[in-house]
Structure formats: C-alpha cells, structure tokens
Write a protein that binds this ligand. Sequence first.
Ligand code: ADP
Ligand code: MG
Length: 699
Amino acid sequence: MLDPTTRDIKYLPGVGEQRATLLNRELNIYSLYDLLYYFPYRYVDRSRLFRVDEIDGRMPHIQLCGEIRSFEEMGEGAGRRLVAHFTDGTGFVDLVWFRGLKFVKNRYKLGKKYIVFGKPTIFNGRANIAHPDIDDAEALQLSEMGLQPYYNTTERMKRSGLNSQAMAKLTSNLLTMLPLNMDETLSPSIVQKYKLMSLGEALRVIHFPSNIDELRRAEYRLKFEELFYIQLGILNYSKDRKQKYAGYNFSKVGDIFNEFYTKNLPFELTGAQKRVVREIRRDVGRNVQMNRLVQGDVGSGKTLVALLAMLLAKDNDYQACMMAPTEILAEQHFSTLRRMLSGLPVRVELLTGSTKQKDRGPLLAALASGEIDIIVSTHAVLEDNVNFARLGLVVIDEQHRFGVVQRAKMWTKSRIPPHVLVMTATPIPRTLAMTLYGDLDVSIIDELPPGRKPINTQHVFRDRISGVYSFIEKQLREGRQAYVVYPLITESEKIDLKNLEEGYATLCNVFCDYKIGKLHGKMKPKEKEHEMQRFASGETQILVSTTVIEVGVDVPNSTIMVIENAERFGLSQLHQLRGRVGRGGNQSYCILVTDYKLSDDTRKRMEIMTSSNDGFEIAEADLKLRGPGDIEGTQQSGIAFDLKIANITRDEQLLQFVREVARAIVDDDPDCCKEENRVLWRRLTEIKKRSNRNWGAIS
Ligand code: ADP
Ligand code: MG
C-alpha cells in the first residue's frame, strides 16, 4: 500500500523532478506526507463577491471580480510602484505592487476577467489593494468553491507556476490517491471519548472544507493530536528518567546548614523561599536525581535559595558548582557567597576564563581532591581538565544563557548525574514552560522580600531628557546611585559604542560633581570587574553601561535605571534591566527614553512596562506580541516545536486539557503495554524517529 510518510513527492502526479526540487528547497516538502501536512494559512469564502462601490476602509480581506483597464508605473527609488486600475463596473480600485513590477505587468492581461483578493485601504479618498492575490476568473467556479484554501508559497515558486492554486491542485491529487479510511493515529477510545473527527476526514476537510463548522472540527482534531503527542512524549520521557537515573541522597540537614540558617542569615526567608527550599530538600533526599527549575522574578531572592541547596550538599559531603552566564555575575555571586558564609567552614572559590594560569593549577587540584566545597564559575568549568572529587549539585543561574549541551557536559563530571537546579529570572510563561520543560519540576518564587516598593516606571521622549537629568541629580543628592544603559547590538556595534561614549561625555558634563563609571562588553574582564566594584562600593554614583549589566547584578543602593533607546529592547530584556533597581528599601525608578516616532508595537511595549511590574504578566504579553518562536531562551532550550497547526498562545486551554489526557494515560499505562493504547505508543515512536528532537537532552 501507498505509504505517504516515505513516498517521495516527485512521484505525485503533477510534480516531477523540477517541482520536487522547488518543494524541497522552498518549503521543506520531501514526502507525500509533508504535503498532506502543509496546511492552508487562510480560507476564503469564495461564494461571496464584493462590489467596488461597497468598499470602505474597515473591511477585512475581500474578493472582487473585474478587469484591469491599464497599468501605470509611479514613483522613484523605494517608492517605485506599479498600479493597475481595476474595475468591476461599479467603480475603480488601484491594485498596487512594490516588488516584482515587471513580472506582474507581463503576467496579467488587460481586459481579462480576474478575481482579485486582498485587504482594501482607502488613501486620499481612493481605494487600493497592495499586493493582491489574483486568479483567472474563468478557471474558478465560484458557486462550487465553498471555502477555498490558500497556501503560502514563495516568489520563486510562483514564478514557476507553483502558486497557491497549484498547491491546492497537488493536494487534491494526493487526497484522491489516499484511502478514505486512513489509519487512525489516536486510539479509538480517545477519538470516541472526545468526539474527534477521524484523521482521514480531518485531513480532507482541513484542505477543502465545505463550511466553517466542519473546518473548526477538523482544526480541533489536528491541534488536539499535535499537542497531545508533544505532551505524551514529554510525560513519558520524564517518567523514564525518574526510573533510570538514581540520584545522590542528601539525607542529612547538618551543622552547616543549621548554623548558617540560625546565625548567618541576615533576614527571614520569605514564605515562597521557604517553600522552594522545602521542595528542593524533598527532591534531593530520595535517591532520585533532581531536575528543578526555579522561576522567580528579578529580586525575589533566588541566590539565597541556591546557597541553601549548596549547603545541603556540603552537609552530605558533596561539592557544589554554581554556574553563571557572565564573568561579572560569577564574580558577584562569588563575593556574595564568601560574605554570607564568612566564619563557616565552607571553602568557596571562583573559576572563570580570566583566572590566572598560575592560580589555575592549585585551584583545579583542590577541586579534584575535594578541598573546595563550592565553586562559582562560568563556562570555564565545562573544560575537560576540570574534575571534581564528588560533584553532587549543579546550580545554573539564569538558565537561558546555557545550552543543553553545556548542561549535559556537567553530567560527565560526576559518577552519577548530579542534582540540577536551574534558576531563571526571565520568567518563561507558564504555558511555555510546561511545554518546553514538561519533564522538569518547576518551583515558583512568587513573593518578593518584604519592604520592596514597586518600581515606578516612566516613558519619556528624548526631548525631555533634561527633566530626567534633574531628577537623577535629586536622587544622587540623597545618596542614591543610577544606571544609564545603552543598547549594544552586534550589527551596529560601532554606532552603539559611539552612542555610549557620547552619552558618557554628556553625563560627565551634566553631573560634573559626581563620579561616573563606564562599562561595556569590549572591556577586559579585569576592567569590567574594577568598574563594577567601584559602583558597588559607591565610589562612582552613575554607571553608564551596555546590557552587560542585564542579568543578576545586585547593587541595592541604586534606585534609578535609565534605558536609552528603549525601543530597541524586547520586553523581557527591559524587565531584566529594570530589575537592577528596586533591590533595597528605597523607592526606585525606571525611565524609558525613546524617540518621538514609535511603531505600534513599541508603543505597546512601553505601555506594558509602565503599567506592570510583574515578570510573568510581562512575559505573557511578550509571548502574545512576538509569538513563542522569538521568546528569548526558547532557541537555546534545545527543543523547538515545529507546530503545524496549533499555537501555544492561542490554544493554551487545549494544551492544558490534552496534557491531562496524556498524563492520565501515562499514569494508567506506565509500561506502555496496554492493548487499547498500542496505537499511541507506536505513533509516539514514529514521531520521535521522524523529528530530530532530542527528548533526552531536555535539560
Ligand atoms: P534574584 O532572584 O534576582 O537572583 P537575588 O538573589 O539577587 O535576587 O536577591 C535580591 C536581593 O534581595 C539581594 O540583595 C538579597 O540579599 C535580598 N534578599 C533575598 N532574600 C531576601 C529576604 N528573604 N529578605 C530580604 N532580602 C532578601
Ligand atoms: Mg540572580
């Protein structure tokens, strides 16, 4: 029988070698299966035609039937465009192209009947449609069309005649070749229980629906399946892992933990910190490897939680390693830990790329012999010559900067995998975390230490900067400190550095009574550390910097964060930067400086920032604005979900629902042997084989 999963697309009637190459190259379509799952991105109700004289500026995409009377080329340079004067007898509308002018002009004939599709806008009282879809009216039989599928195709494909219509034709050819009752990919009980459309029907309907109702049911079925298998895979995998990896048992809560807790701890833990520490203690005390993600908004006190976990390791005679994404942060953690642990018999050391060669030897030896209890490090700890005597716990701070590979590497430094505690302040939205890290246990620190005042955030335009300066001055006079941050994005590094230098010079002029430090990524680690030290100790009052201070830096006396060119930062990054202030008891301020002219998107970002201090809320908003593919960290998380129909944001409810369905199955059939689930396990194996997702590598 025909197996669409492996059968090469070139054998489909209407394809052949040449088109196959195009489909491979442009859309990643190699097999019949790939084509079958290349879904339309839009449907047009082809039974409805609008008249030109009905058009107003608020219409969605509409369909018109008429002819082109004349072409006209207009404008110069970037404004160059081709305008086709189109009419259906009730009025004229301008069809406009900014690209492919020659191609368009040759392609469409004057006086021939066309169906034009697009979103009309009114400009200077004239209706126009930019880059419309155009079909030959004779080739379309409107009354029979119902909902017509539209497929995304590339310019190159269109030039070879592989436009949306041609794709629809190929798909229809394919569907006639497939048996009506295609093998069901969900178990009969699931199909029945949730009243799902059969797979065969859903695939037909998704390409050629006859009405909206039917289409919605087909979409539901396919989304259900897509999300279900992701969750089934994750849950099944995490169950495997719990069985497979034994973990070190930190059974004792010993002297050092207790002494620190009662004597050294400078403040009472928040309720949320206590809860998370309890969760960690439970994890590390039952012979199973811990993989826990601690999410806590900036300033929620994650470092302390990590420290307590590391003391548990020490009390059980294990070493701990704390990894930070940057040297600045590693140095800062190092000095925080040293300070907090002073007087206790815990040896803490620092190992980074700039550790001197002559110090390295003894340091590595002490690590390998077990004399060092806690090592604070960066990527430097991953090198092959770094060995531990008994590595029991790895803490990874600001997880999104570390790749999966690096994490896996730490496992090789221990006889059995060490416990892993991942801490992130870029709060990955709950939905996304659940999808990405379904196999990680998640703890949330949802409470800030007492006495924190919400940061007051303002958006100002650059022409008001002098007001900002006098405000800074007032704060400095009260003994506070300020950050002024400039963007640094690699493509325009030179310009950015110039901006920073100019900003620095201006500030030096304005604030001539104060000391100003400067920090950027091009400086040597030693210089950076020096500048950071000067600011932390209060020697400098203003720190002009690029985003190198984005993560983790902690100077509680600093109450002002000015972000220049705020339009160039994403929401999560803005929130991270803002988190550098508001860390002490004083009211803090974040000032977002932008140009006057802003895109809608930027305006929204500024609104969100000025109205919310909640990292979760901001991350969710970010997800909605940008889509999950763009969220910082998902790229490096090592698991990119190639969703064909479901959408993590829009289909959040369905995602949670199918997760429960999947969980019930994994719980009920942990050995994957029940007859009724056979189709599910087989399908899961196929999916894993086909995708290059490395389930085992998730954290
Ligand atoms: P983050 O979660 O962003 O890593 P930190 O661990 O850097 O936060 O903590 C932020 C600040 O809050 C630090 O100065 C820390 O000493 C302080 N802090 C942490 N926990 C508490 C607490 N329970 N009460 C008061 N201050 C705390
Ligand atoms: Mg931190």
